[in-house]
Design a protein around this ligand. Structure first.
Ligand code: PGA
Length: 231
C-alpha cells in the first residue's frame, strides 16, 4: 500500500522543510509513503527526509537527458538531487499543458531508464464516463505504458480530482480491476481522497494505495489518511 501526496503547485522550500521535518516524526502506520513537492522544493524534501523510508517524487520529468527544452527538468537531474521517482501524465498536465499519451509514455520510459520510480496517471473525464467510454479511454492511456517493477499506475477519474466527488469504492474497484487486466501493476486511486474515505477505498481488493492531492497538504490530514489506509 503506497500513499503519495501530490502537492501540485503548493509549498515552497521553507514550507516543504517544515512539513517534512514534522512528517518524519509522525506515526504513519504500516504503509509506504511518498511526497511529490514542486521542483524547487525537492532538494529540501530530500534533505529533510534523508534516512527515512519516505520517498520524494517529482511531479513530472522530461524524456531527454538534457537539451533545448525550456522549462523542463530531466531524469538525471532529479537523480542528482536524490529524488526517488516521478509522477507522469497527471490529468492537469494532460488537460492544461497539452500532454498526450505519447508524451506521457516517453516521460515514463525515460524516468525508468534513468532509475527513477514512476507513478503514471490515467483516468477518464466526466463526459467520457457519461458517454460510456471509460474503458476505451483507460485502454488507450494504459496501452502506451510498459510493465515495469518500478512503476505503479494511478487511476484518477478527472471528475473526482479536487471536486470533493470521490469515486465510490465500487467504481474505483471496477476501474482498478480493468486496468490490472491490461497491465500487471499496482494501481493507486486518486481523486478527493480524505481521511474519511481512505479506509474504505484502501479496503478494495484492487486498490493498492492512493495519490492524494488537496488532503495531503495538511500534515494531520495526510497522516490520518496514511493510518486509515494501513488498517
Ligand atoms: P485531489 O487531487 O485529492 O485534490 O482530488 C488528486 C490528484 O490530483 O492527484
Amino acid at each position: 500500500m503506497l500513499i503519495a501526496g501530490n502537492w501540485k503547485m503548493f509549498k515552497g522550500p521553507g514550507e516543504t522543510a517544515a512539513f517534512c521535518r514534522a512528517l518524519r516524526e509522525a506515526d504513519l502506520g504500516d504503509v509506504d509513503v511518498a511526497v511529490c513537492p514542486p521542483y524547487v522544493s525537492l532538494a529540501d524534501a530530500v534533505q529533510c527526509l534523508a534516512g527515512t523510508e519516505i520517498g520524494v517524487f517529482a511531479q513530472n520529468c522530461h524524456w531527454a537527458a538534457e537539451g533545448a527544452f525550456t522549462g523542463e527538468i530531466s531524469a538525471p537531474m532529479l537523480r542528482e538531487l536524490g529524488v526517488y521517482g516521478t509522477v507522469v501524465g497527471h490529468s492537469e498536465r494532460r488537460q492544461l499543458f497539452g500532454e498526450t499519451d505519447e508524451s506521457v509514455a516517453r516521460r515514463a520510459a525515460a524516468a525508468l531508464e534513468h532509475g527513477l520510480h514512476v507513478i503514471a496517471c490515467v483516468g477518464e473525464t466526466e463526459s467520457e464516463r457519461e458517454a460510456g467510454k471509460t474503458e476505451d479511454v483507460l485502454r488507450r492511456q494504459v496501452s502506451v505504458l510498459d510493465e515495469d517493477d518500478n512503476m505503479v499506475v494511478a487511476y484518477e477519474p478527472v471528475w473526482a480530482i479536487g471536486t470533493g466527488k470521490t469515486a465510490t469504492p465500487q467504481i474505483a474497484q471496477e476501474a482498478h480491476a480493468f486496468i490490472k487486466s491490461l497491465l500487471d501493476l499496482p494501481v493507486l486511486y486518486g481523486g478527493s481522497v480524505k481521511p474519511e474515505n481512505a479506509a474504505e477505498l484502501a479496503a478494495q481488493p484492487d486498490v493498492d494505495g492512493a495519490l492524494v492531492g488537496g488532503a495531503s497538504l495538511d500534515l494531520e490530514s495526510f497522516v490520518s489518511i496514511c493510518r486509515a489506509a494501513s488498517q
